[in-house]
Design a protein around this ligand. Sequence first.
Ligand SMILES: [Zn+2]
Ligand SMILES: [Zn+2]
Length: 170
Amino acid sequence: MSDHSVIDYDNIRGSAERNLGAQNEGWVELVARCFEAIKKHCDREELPYPRVAQIKQKFGGLRIYLHDGETGDDLMIDEFIHAACNTADSSCEMCGNSSRPQSIGGWVRNLCCFCVHAEARRQERDLTAYPLNDRVEHRLKCLSCGYLGQLVTGRDDKKCAACVIGELEK
Ligand SMILES: [Zn+2]
Ligand SMILES: [Zn+2]
């Protein structure tokens, strides 16, 4: 297997964009900050920069894989990566807002209610006819689009913030 690193430590942000897509600014920011911290740590401890095998989104989670043996005995590098992945679990890929994984068609994306609506528009997907999370029963589900969470409280019906704003704009 090639030991090429998908993170170029001279262009960390550019590498994060290449791996995750520039439109996914929320997670690009997370990954960039993570590897800036790792770079600083390695400079301080005079360690080689760990080579990264893969960075991707899978089932709504952020996955960062290093090549085997890259961290040596150093535990901090794993901790930086672990922390970034943990934060990603509850933040929107695109804007960094608080969010949770949502199933849209056959895909799981971690998007806030606003970005999931934007993504549906981009895919020309009508969320009223084909709601999100179609196989999930959940108390926090938007009755209009199916988004899990981010409901606007104090209403008679359960609707996410993006649907409520959409109604106001009509
Ligand atoms: Zn978002
Ligand atoms: Zn909704």
